[in-house]
Design a protein around this ligand. Structure first.
Ligand SMILES: O=C(O)CCC(=O)C(=O)O
Length: 325
């Protein structure tokens, strides 16, 4: 268990203080729980307003009073039905340039070391880099972009907090998954990911792929696919690949939902729901780059943990993105 988790286990008073900000209707005392696995958390709300059964009435009521615009209402409808929204051209070209230039400089100076990870012959691009905002503060210009934060705040009705960022030069080809097994929130649903295109995305570059409406499928956790804590400790992501990923593929096939590819233009942003099934599609031409940055946000007051490892996320109380957008 990470340091903070261990500390919480042995210092209930401190833990209680940390957990006082919880938004869940049903309070939890983590030191009394067998472990931080989804099956041990109570089925508590409140759920984000757009995940509730009265979401459409609520959107209409807010529109009627003028509390939200026509555009916001349309985006909210889209979120309820499909589990994502697209924000065209949200990030200005000069912001993208500033961020990528600073990233490149950090690489050139050896502050960031990118692994080659070739996907085949002719693949000249490095692999993904996790949490670049901890090394290069310019990443916070996108992670804390005021209009982007406003949209996440609108969807969650909570202050967005940066949980994780990922920078990529090329398509990830990451198999389909829901973020909720990697970054689980209590109550469920308080996670939004933002995928920002740093260039026009070529259809052969392995665009992000997602399955509209899959956010309404039941959440699928380690327990549901029989990955025990011991097994994950022993086999790590091998067990995830052997049990979780095939189950997701099976669900996609049985639900018959057609994939959608994010053929973004530079500066476009896709926001997706905590439980939307998505991944990186096949790179049909390894010569194409696919420069992008993803930020995962959680809503302030949600409890965030890693269901596979059964550990709490440290990012919940340690902010590493202090720069204002
Ligand atoms: O960028 C991609 O290809 C996949 C990103 C993704 O799955 C994620 O960040 O959760």
């Amino acid at each position: 268990m990470a340091l903070a988790g261990g500390l919480l286990r042995f210092a209930p008073a401190l833990a209680q203080k940390v957990e006082m900000g919880q938004i869940a209707d049903q309070r939890i005392h983590t030191w009394r729980m067998p472990s931080m696995r989804a099956e041990h958390f109570p089925g508590s709300g409140p759920y984000p307003w757009l995940d509730r059964p009265d979401a459409l009435d609520n959107i209409a009521a807010r529109r009627a009073t003028g509390a939200i615009t026509e555009y916001e209402a349309a985006q909210a409808h889209h979120w309820v039905r499909d589990g994502y929204v697209v924000l065209p051209g949200l990030i200005a070209a000069d912001t993208l340039d500033t961020v990528w230039r600073a990233y490149q400089q950090a690489v050139d100076r050896g502050r960031i070391v990118l692994e080659p990870e070739p996907a085949g012959e002719g693949d000249a691009y490095p692999g993904r880099f996790l949490n670049p905002h901890r090394r290069v503060s310019e990443f916070c210009r996108v992670a804390k972009h005021s209009e982007l934060l406003r949209w996440v705040r609108f969807l969650l009705e909570r202050e967005p907090k940066v949980l994780q960022t990922i920078a990529s030069h090329k398509g990830s080809q990451q198999p389909e998954h829901s973020d909720s097994i990697h970054m689980t929130t209590y109550p469920l649903g308080y996670l939004v990911a933002a995928w920002i295109a740093f260039e026009d995305i070529h259809p052969d570059s392995g665009p992000l792929v997602y399955y509209p409406g899959s956010h309404r499928w039941p959440y699928l956790f380690s327990h549901d696919v029989k990955i025990s804590e011991d097994e994950f400790r022993r086999d790590g992501y091998q067990s995830y690949q052997a049990k979780y990923e095939p189950k997701i593929r099976e669900l996609i096939a049985s639900q018959g939902i057609a994939p959608v590819y994010f053929h973004a233009r530079r500066g476009d942003v896709l926001l997706w729901h905590a439980n939307l099934v998505h991944g990186g599609s096949a790179r049909r031409d390894l010569a194409h780059s696919r420069r992008a940055v993803v930020t995962h946000y959680f809503g302030q007051g949600a409890f965030v943990y890693h269901d596979l490892a059964a550990t709490r996320s440290k990012q919940q109380y340690v902010s590493t993105c202090l720069l204002r957008g």
